[in-house]
Design a protein around this ligand. Sequence first.
Ligand code: ATP
Ligand code: MG
Length: 261
Amino acid sequence: MAEVKYKGENAATGHEGEIVVDIDHISKSFGSKEVLKDISLQLKKGENIVVLGKSGQGKSVTIQCIVGLLTPDNGTVKVFGDDVAGMDEDELKKLRTRVGFLFQSGALYDSMTVRENLEFPLTRVLKMADKAEIDTRVEEVLEGVGLMDAVDKMPSDLSGGMRKRVGLARTLIVKPEIMLYDEPTTGLDPITSREISELILNMQKKYQTSSIIITHDMECAKITADRVVVMRDGTYIAEGNFDELQHSDDEFVRSFFTETK
Ligand SMILES: Nc1ncnc2c1ncn2[C@@H]1O[C@H](COP(=O)(O)OP(=O)(O)OP(=O)(O)O)[C@@H](O)[C@H]1O
Ligand SMILES: [Mg+2]
């Protein structure tokens, strides 16, 4: 197991950049089920962290703690230096304009066109009113996800991959500083998956976005990750870059990389 870098040994030092998300020894149980036992993670500005782990391990629970949708039983989560558990509704609302969350389901409003879906966060969340400015943002983001042609379509007229891209566009349109991607490529064909992964990378480069990306898609991990963490039994058991973990001595860690899609 010598090659595996364990949390603590290789923890972010804070010298290399601003820490935007600081998860400090959190735990979370549901009833008698202990889901998160001891999770610590520091996301630095401009960094992409990929989280690997089997189903039901608490990956989604962890990122829900970052935006205050769930509260840990113990430990703290700080975003931009502020403790999320101490925020009131207004502060949480404000936080969620800075932290974009691409849900695992990626739900769109089915009764609204693509354009209306995209305008919604601008008018409701950012309270933008300038029509020209709104149009520019909508066009910019649709171009980014390659869906200019779909602007007047209803979600039901789109393929799964297109819906996913609209979901991504709707999250990106407010230009969040932090992005939380929960399985962004699940259910997509390999080509669309690759496009989404490259889009995630482009967002990081273009806007210095910091991201946590939960994925089972190793190509997505390879394309997007600056750093990979592996979750097991409620804690992170390994941390390193893609190549390090791919060649880890730990069979469990390596098993994620040998699975074929
Ligand atoms: N709000 C909740 N109330 C009760 N139990 C929950 C809640 N959210 C998650 N859980 C439970 O916590 C565990 C971890 O769930 P989570 O969704 O984080 O897993 P995951 O690692 O994201 O899995 P997957 O890869 O399948 O998405 C599961 O057993 C789930 O049933
Ligand atoms: Mg999940």
